[in-house]
Every structure is written in C-alpha cells, then in structure tokens.
Design a protein around this ligand. Sequence first.
Ligand SMILES: *[C@@H]1O[C@H](CO)[C@@H](O)[C@H](O)[C@H]1NC(C)=O
Length: 292
Amino acid sequence: MMRRRPSTIPLIAMIICLTIVMFFIYSPAAMIDSYQGLMADCDLESVNSLAKLEQDDPCLLSLIRDRYLHRPSEKKLNLDAPIVDNPSMGQSQSILDILGKNKENGFFIECGALDGQVRSNTLFMEQHLGWQGVLIEADPKNYKKLLEKNRRSWSVPACLSTSPTPKTVVFKQAFNMGRISSNQESHQNKRPDADDINYVQVQCFPLFSILSALNKTQIDYFSLDIEGDELQVLKTVPWNRVDIKTLSVEFIHGREGKEQLKTYMEQQGYQVVKTITHWNMLANDFIFKKIS
Ligand SMILES: *[C@@H]1O[C@H](CO)[C@@H](O)[C@H](O)[C@H]1NC(C)=O
C-alpha cells in the first residue's frame, strides 16, 4: 500500500504569497535605499575608475551638471581689446559660407575655447547672429579669463576625453598651445619649469557626456582645436546619436596625420569642403560638412 506523502504544494503556495506581500510592503523603501546607495557612490573618483561606463550614465551626467556646467552669463559682454569684426582665422567665415552668411540662432561647441576671445571661432556668431553654445576649456588659467568675458554661452572647465570614459589627465599649460601631456607619468607633482610651463591635473569628459548633460544633440558647428588629440576625441563620438552639421578640426599636431583624420570623418558621412591655412600657422584646419 502506498503511503501518502504530505503535500508540499500548499506550503510552496504560501511561501510565494508571503514573498509577494513582503515585496509590496518593503520594495519602495528598499528601492529608495538602493538608489541612495548608488548615488552615495556617485562621485568623480568612482566614475573615473570604471573601465566601462555609458557616456550618458545618470551619475556622470549629474556630476557634470552640478559641478562643471556653467550657465551662460547674463551680464554685458566684456572683451579685452577693441572688438575686431571676426577674430576667427577663417574657420568661422567658412562655416557661415556653408550654413548661410546670416544663419541665426545656431548652436556651437568650441574646444579649446582659450580665453573666449583670442582667435575665437564662435564669438562672432554669438555676438551678431544670436548663436549659443558650449565653450570647453581645459586650462584653468585660460578658463578664468574666459569667464571674465561674460560670454552668453555655457562653459565647461574640463578637457574632452580621448577615450569613451571620463578620466583625469596631466595637462600642459601653455596658453594657446596647451594640451594633454604626452607623458602622463613623469610630470606628476612637478614644479613649474623655468620657461613658465606648468602641469596641472585636469578632469576630462567624453564630448557626448557633456552634450547629454546639456540635453543637446543638434549642433550646427563644432570647432575642435586641441593641439593633437583631435582624432582621438572624434573617435569617442557616437555619430548615430548626434547631428553635427559642420566642423572645423585642426589637423597639424595629430600623431596620425591629416589623411587619417579626413578618412575617419568621411567614414562618418562628412566631406572636406575646405582646408584653412594661415601664413603664420595660426590656422591649419579642415572644414567638414555633413552630407545629408
Ligand atoms: C536637461 O534635462 C534634465 C532632465 O530633464 C534637467 O534636469 C536638466 O536641467 C536639463 N539641463 C539643461 C542644461 O537644460
């Protein structure tokens, strides 16, 4: 005769019910707790240390918004020298040839923005055509001068990452020739050189992270002049998530050479419209236009 085993089914059903009830009682609290736990770990040190991080990671965007994104000035423009018509060495003029001489209310990205005035590729558009944009400048000395100009654009005291994640780098300060130092090890804690070159530690963000923090993906003009890391920065851009109509990109200092830069941009759907040069090396830029 078969012995009837006590059924385990009611017991399992009870455990399931109890679990569901407990879930509804405790889950909101638990979710808030774990959210706060996550945000408690949300600092630069932790995002910088991650080998893999989405470029629009919520923690990263909140850090950029809270600490790096400076609002456009509402004060009167405060330029150093008498205003020249357009301080750009030809890049800005060529971009307006493409977009239309009187193209109004566009949005730009300028990096390095220097002091916001000297050879600025975007000042004319902001001053005379109602454009706004984001000025990105890594050198704290230049950035301080930039803020004093009261530009009517967003600004960010940081460098653009040469990889798809945020990181800190050693930056060589040299006014218009400053750049991410090619030797990231040896300059740490180094005193200023006799020739007044300083090395500072600077935070870098991927361009798309800065744009995401601004909620901006439609860009009319991107001016990129960072003394050698241009191609590496461009390679971090998720081109299918942004719409950048035109760019001027300096090509003279890049290790890979200008042909590689041109080829890479062609692969992203751009065409070189013009090459800008200057007798005194003050411009060596490709003007790119998106082929729509
Ligand atoms: C972008 O959008 C977020 C979320 O909607 C908002 O909190 C933030 O203030 C916006 N930032 C800017 C610069 O508009």
